[in-house]
Ligand binder design. Structure first.
Ligand SMILES: Nc1ncnc2c1ncn2[C@@H]1O[C@H](COP(=O)(O)OP(=O)(O)OP(=O)(O)O)[C@@H](O)[C@H]1O
Length: 507
């Protein structure tokens, strides 16, 4: 380990940033030492992304100073921040799918020979960096063909190629499988041991406790706690974030299932083989599995977004095997997709309009039209019920923080009161207090007699909510467990393909 330099790697003093109607950062001080893994935590909308955008030159603060390695700086753009030794891995990666790993790593900082890009040197450089930092990835692979965990490695390699000494990672494990997340932390710890600095924005208490040295907690734009990880606890961080005690990883009582609402037999589509399942009224069926084992494909096929090669699907006894996505909605299906940006919401439209989407045939509408007064009243109800943090329902959805956009999507879909809800990763990017609220809302929805099919990468979420758990492995449903059998070890084993025992649930 290199001896710590005297000067902090990053020193923010008095950073203030106001957006119309919101004080996003209020005199924030943050000091991060070289070689430190520093977690930045806080509820959705607390101001974490804003602070990191300011540090990285994407937003200009209204007040405050930034010092990097002891020097005062003021960035007009990310390129200035990069030149000062900062690098950021955003939630949505900024890579070129059609280029190779090596081409992406050296992009805009290519090794040249006689003015031309030296491809061989680029490959060697990418390979050497990968080797040095334990970030194994084939330099010749096309980035578009790589799974998300490897694409993230390419992002990190790109920053290291440009000489970044401080890495900012925005919710880096949100899209990773548990084993990919473990690998990422091994890499981050070794980068820190070499004297590099890591700032981690995350909602996941477990990884903060296991992987960070210090924690700074923001609430309503202000620093409310500075903690040394080794001296704190999950409960203490949660309390600092929310200002109240939060019951973590609660297991809800089982429901009382009624008639079958969704009946699927032999469903086959690329990525899914002969899936059989039922979901009853008043029941939450959870699908556990390591990401990429067919869960998303199954849900998309049920939502009408992928044609079936074989199989049969009924919703409340009606055949919807070949129904379009719109027809399925009309017949009683609501859907919260995994990707809230690409398919779930319209960023330029207002929060109120986003909450009203798809409600043209519900009680909100009047002869197929949506009167503005009803739209606003509906928005106000959902903003309150789901704790969506917004200065007004009239602001564009793009002004919401990531977690608040997720609450909007869940609120809108639950408000349909559809007999069947398909929901993927309901609490991705959502803070711990809001997770508890979303879980309570899903349980209330079930208890009101609706059927819910839930896909989640969070085992604690599946265990907490599901009455029955199906495990998907390599495109097949390989096991079914009742709530009381679904302990972490059993599920983990089945998710790793460790069992082919197939028990039909007693329907
Ligand atoms: N461009 C903008 N215009 C208006 N308000 C904004 C804008 N960007 C952020 N805000 C507001 O500033 C506040 C802080 O948002 P920020 O994205 O920094 O929160 P966050 O802590 O990163 O939340 P999350 O955990 O949900 O990502 C929020 O109330 C948000 O709505």
């Amino acid at each position: 380990m290199t001896p710590p330099r005297a000067e902090p790697a990053v020193e923010l003093r008095g950073i203030t940033k106001r957006f119309p109607g919101t004080l996003a950062n209020d005199r924030v001080d943050l000091t991060v030492r070289p070689g430190e893994i520093h977690a930045l935590m806080g509820e959705n909308g607390a101001g974490k992304s804003t602070l990191m955008s300011i540090l990285y030159g994407m937003e200009v603060p209204d007040a405050g100073t930034i010092r990097i390695d002891g020097r005062d700086v003021s960035f007009g753009s990310p390129s200035g921040a990069m030149a000062a030794g900062l690098g950021m891995v955003h939630q949505s990666f900024k890579l070129f799918d059609s280029l190779t790993v090596a081409e992406n790593v050296v992009y805009a900082a290519e090794p040249r020979r006689f003015g031309l890009v030296n491809r061989a040197a680029a490959r060697r450089r990418a390979g050497a960096l990968a080797e040095e930092h334990g970030l194994a990835v084939d330099p010749d692979a096309r980035v578009g063909d790589l799974p998300v965990g490897l694409r993230q490695r390419v992002e990190i390699l790109k920053l290291l190629h440009r000489g970044a000494r401080t890495l900012i990672l925005d919710e880096p494990t949100a899209v990773l499988t548990p084993s990919e997340a473990d690998t990422l932390f091994t890499v981050l710890k070794s980068l820190a041991a070499q004297g590099r600095t890591v700032i981690l924005v995350t909602h996941k208490l477990r990884e903060v406790l296991e992987g960070s040295d210090k924690v700074t907690v923001l609430r309503d734009g202000r620093v409310v706690a500075r903690l040394v990880t080794a001296e704190t606890s999950a409960d203490a961080i949660a309390a600092a974030m929310t200002g109240r005690a939060v019951e973590l990883d609660r297991i809800h009582a089982a429901g009382t299932p009624g008639d079958v609402v969704l009946d699927v037999s032999g469903l086959t589509t690329p990525g899914v083989h002969e899936a059989d399942l039922t979901v009853r009224a008043g029941e939450i069926v959870g699908i556990a599995g390591v990401a990429g084992n067919g869960q998303s494909e199954l849900i998309e096929a049920l939502a009408g977004l992928r044609p079936l090669e074989a199989g049969h699907v009924t919703l409340k006894g009606q055949d919807i095997t070949h129904a379009s996505a719109t027809e399925r909605r009309l017949k009683g299906l609501a859907y919260v997709p995994e990707d809230r940006h690409a398919v779930g919401t319209a960023p330029a439209a207002s929060v109120a309009d986003n909450l009203a989407m798809g409600h043209h045939r519900t009680s909100l509408s009047h002869r197929g039209l949506l009167p503005p007064t009803s739209v606003r009243a509906h928005a106000r109800r959902l903003v309150e019920r789901f704790g969506i943090k917004t200065s007004s329902p009239d602001v564009p959805a793009s002004a919401l923080s990531g977690g608040n956009l997720q609450k909007l999507l869940i609120g809108r879909e639950l408000a349909h009161e559809a007999p069947l809800l398909l929901v993927e990763q309901p609490t991705r990017g959502v803070d711990i207090g809001a997770i508890q609220n979303i879980h309570d809302q899903l349980i209330a929805y079930r208890d009101a007699g609706h059927a819910v099919l839930l896909v989640s990468a969070e085992l604690s979420e599946i265990r907490g909510l599901a009455d029955r758990v199906l495990v998907m492995y390599e495109g097949r449903i390989t096991a079914t467990y009742d709530k009381n059998e679904a302990d972490e070890r059993t599920l983990g084993l089945a998710m790793a393909g460790g069992t082919n025992e197939r028990r039909e649930a007693a329907d």
